[in-house]
Design a protein around this ligand. Structure first.
Ligand SMILES: Cc1cc2nc3c(=O)[nH]c(=O)nc-3n(C[C@H](O)[C@H](O)[C@H](O)COP(=O)(O)O)c2cc1C
Length: 276
């Protein structure tokens, strides 16, 4: 491990490391409006949801790393205490990137980047009509950490309304990640297209035991990974088959055969082989 003490790092280096490590980050495409009615639009990947009751999201327009200036989004939201947040899908990325250019205050990035406004119901700022998922939100709290270049401004917002494009909602009323086709921000210039890396993982709702319940002979196997062992725990009870006869198979063979069964989610058979 290479270890970094953030108190000794120049902030641009810390910024680069944090962004590379904490990824992928969802992108809040934030529209705000100032007291004179000027509309603004900009993307922010210091963003996430933090609870549903009340529905809380948070994003951070940091002070400019170069000039230390406050971003238009921050100034607007502090004036009017409201915004919309639109989720960015793959077919929006190039226009979204264009909207992140440092246009002067008062410039409408909907016009600059060619996006269409979606009228809001409870706030004045419009959403992005091309987005599959648009939230209207009000500012609850602003945490201003410092006034240095790169300092965060955490904007904690309550979501008031959500507008979801109908084709992304499946027959069960759930949001289909393939149809959403969200993009996320990585470190450097990298982005990730979430729908291309999807896999399902069942919730360990019935699991009552942990690694410490796995017999040492299996837990210390050089053939089974941490993921393999975690999947083995996806059983109501850990089988306690008495070892009546020593298997003629070597440990390597048994563990490799079990590994294959684990890969195919046949956990019961995997245990039978491991304990034979
Ligand atoms: C994908 C993406 C994510 C971004 N995330 C952030 C962020 O989380 N915080 C931030 O201060 N700037 C972020 N930026 C840069 C801002 O979008 C940029 O500074 C923009 O000009 C701010 O616009 P405004 O002054 O109209 O608010 C991001 C840019 C892109 C392209």
């Amino acid at each position: 491990m290479k270890t970094f003490d953030l108190s000794e790092l120049p902030f641009p280096v810390a910024h680069r490391l944090l962004l590379g490590g904490i990824a992928p980050r969802p992108i809040a495409f934030v529209s705000t409006i100032d007291n004179s009615g000027n509309v603004n639009l900009a993307p922010f990947s210091f963003f996430n949801a933090f609870g549903a009751n009340p529905p809380i999201v948070c994003f951070s327009p940091a002070y400019s790393g170069k000039t230390g200036a406050a971003k238009d989004t921050l100034l607007n939201i502090l004036e009017t205490k409201e915004c919309t947040i639109s989720i960015v899908s793959y077919d929006m990325v190039h226009q979204m990137s264009l909207a992140s250019a440092p246009y002067e205050r008062g410039v409408d990035e909907f016009i600059k980047s060619g996006f269409t406004t979606l009228p809001s119901l409870k706030v004045k700022a419009p959403g992005v009509a091309e987005s599959p998922f648009v939230m209207e939100a009000k500012l609850l709290q602003h945490i201003d950490f410092d006034h240095k270049p790169g300092s965060a401004n955490m904007l904690i917002c309550e979501v008031l309304m959500i507008h979801i494009r109908e084709d992304v909602i499946n027959d069960n009323g759930q949001i289909d990640p393939r149809a959403m086709d969200q993009v996320a921000r990585m470190g450097g210039q990298w982005y990730s297209r979430a729908a291309q890396g999807l896999f399902e993982l069942s919730q360990p709702s019935t699991v009552k035991h942990g690694f410490d319940s796995i017999p040492a002979e299996i837990r210390t196997s050089p053939y089974l990974t941490g993921n393999d062992l975690a999947k083995l725990l996806d059983v109501e009870e850990i089988p306690t088959i008495p070892i009546t006869s020593i298997s003629k198979e070597t440990r390597e063979n048994r563990h490799l055969r079990a590994k294959e069964l684990i890969e195919h989610n046949d956990i019961e058979s995997a245990w039978n082989i491991l304990l034979s």
